[in-house]
Design a protein around this ligand. Structure first.
Ligand code: XUL
Ligand code: CO
Length: 437
């Protein structure tokens, strides 16, 4: 049975002139850009939750999606059919990686032991699928936010029984990730935050969260899991105040609790914009601290103030993201995970294909543009030139701590008013467009 019969074997690369909506115009996996293939640079992953389990429900209406793989009565039959659809889709699309939550791939049972058995069955099935397709697991995670038991948080719950349940779930999800050779494991805070301070002991909750991460790190050491741990910043949704609200707040948290050696950041574009930042800001914050690990590739709607998780199609955005990735020397364990969902009105399975093809093409083109801008060198030269005076003896002495307020006042009295220099924003915007247009 085929769930995506419109694509016979593989979405082909047909080049820029193609009018075929089921072909790539820019993404050619083996095409070399700056010494590495596009596939090696971009490391695309498909996310299981939105792509195969997303229903299209929103706060005003029920699901709209037509998903033939969800039609069986028995939940485990549905889980197997869904995995068949997933690997057919990913194989035809030609991505190298996937990502999942425990409860995406296997249904929650009547008790914890049954849920674990369901997960184990599906992990074994996924292992077969990975072996036959060569598709690898970029990262796994546990869903610690959907079930009512997590209504007041998982690690940050006021009840230690819930903390224990979440920890048990992480243990199993981590072991599943290890069994599938996962390159990483992500912690997204889900409901780790609060809605009102009236009922919240924030200090205690943050300490609980740090302890939770430590326990997971300890378990990884115990079982020999060598993958990279990530924490994924998001400022709101579902709770009003999330403890991992932005890259900077995550860094503060990791530093405060001495977790910097164990976790990197998995940054998501729509989370950045909800935090009031551009994605490039979040990437630079993480990159400068040496913890830029992976990217959830999506985008938000500029006019809707919630996490719409749309597919990225904007070349300006993909160019900026790829410039940051190239500047850090490329991904190591991470990749570009399409944590994105098709719109509620795009309810047919084929819409998933169009969405991913568009996202992959936008990133492939963004990669080429980013590489050309960096190779050209004018942008980098401009920034270096702007700060060049800090490399003079005077600038260096300030930074090295040899100048007091007395010295600096003396300097101003001798040299007078500084000469202003233009920031040249418009000039630089035109420079970027020279490569995009
Ligand atoms: C939620 C989100 C999650 C995480 C994994 O906004 O991005 O899908 O990526 O739990
Ligand atoms: Co995400």
């Amino acid at each position: 049975m085929s769930y995506f019969p419109e694509v016979a074997e593989r979405v082909p690369f047909e080049g820029k002139a193609s009018k075929n909506p089921l072909a790539f115009r820019h993404y050619a996996a083996a095409k070399v850009v700056g010494g590495k293939s596009m596939a090696e640079h971009l490391r695309f992953a498909v996310c299981y939750w939105h792509t195969f389990k997303g229903t299209g429900a929103d706060p005003f209406g029920v699901g709209t999606m037509i998903r033939p793989w969800e039609s069986a009565e028995d939940p485990m039959r549905r889980a197997r059919d869904t995995m068949d659809a997933a690997f057919e889709f990913m194989g035809k699309l030609g991505v190298d990686y996937w990502c999942f939550h425990d409860r995406d791939i296997a249904p929650e049972g009547t008790d914890f032991a049954t849920s674990t058995a369901n997960l184990q069955t599906m992990v074994e099935y996924a292992a077969e699928k990975q072996a036959s397709t060569g598709i690898q697991l970029l990262w796994g995670t546990a869903n610690l936010f959907s079930h009512p038991r997590y209504q007041s948080g998982a690690a940050t719950n006021p009840d230690p029984q819930v903390f224990a349940y979440a920890a048990a779930q992480v243990k199993r999800a981590l072991e599943a990730t290890q069994e599938l050779g996962g390159l990483g494991y992500t912690f997204w805070g889900g409901r780790e935050g609060y809605d009102t301070m009236l009922n919240t002991d924030m200090k205690r909750e943050r300490e609980q969260l740090a302890k939770f991460l430590f326990i997971a790190v300890e378990h990884a050491k115990k079982i020999g899991f060598k993958g990279q741990f990530y924490i994924e910043p998001k400022p709101k949704e579902p709770t009003t105040h999330q403890y991992d609200s932005s890259a900077e707040s995550c860094l503060n948290f990791l530093r405060e609790f001495h977790l910097m050696d164990y976790l990197k950041l998995n940054l998501e574009t729509n989370h950045a914009t909800l935090a009031g930042h551009h994605m490039v800001h979040e990437m630079r914050v993480a990159g400068d601290a040496g913890v830029l690990g992976s990217v959830d590739a999506n985008t938000g709607d500029e006019l809707i103030g919630w996490d719409t998780d749309q597919f990225p199609t904007n070349l300006y955005l993909t160019t900026q993201i790829m410039m940051e990735i190239l500047k850090m020397g490329g991904f190591t364990t991470g990749g570009l995970n399409f944590d994105a969902k098709v719109r509620r009105q795009s309810h047919e399975p084929i819409d998933l294909m169009y969405a991913h093809i568009g996202g992959m093409d936008a990133f492939a083109r963004g990669l080429e543009i980013a590489w050309a801008i960096l190779a050209d060198g004018r942008l980098g030269d401009h920034v270096r030139e702007r700060y060049a005076d800090w490399e003079t003896e005077f600038g260096r002495k300030i930074l090295e701590g040899y100048k007091s307020l007395d010295d600096l006042e003396d300097h101003v009295l001798r040299h007078g008013e500084p000469t202003r220099k233009s920031g040249r924003q418009e000039f630089l915007e035109n420079l970027i467009n020279e490569f995009i247009l």
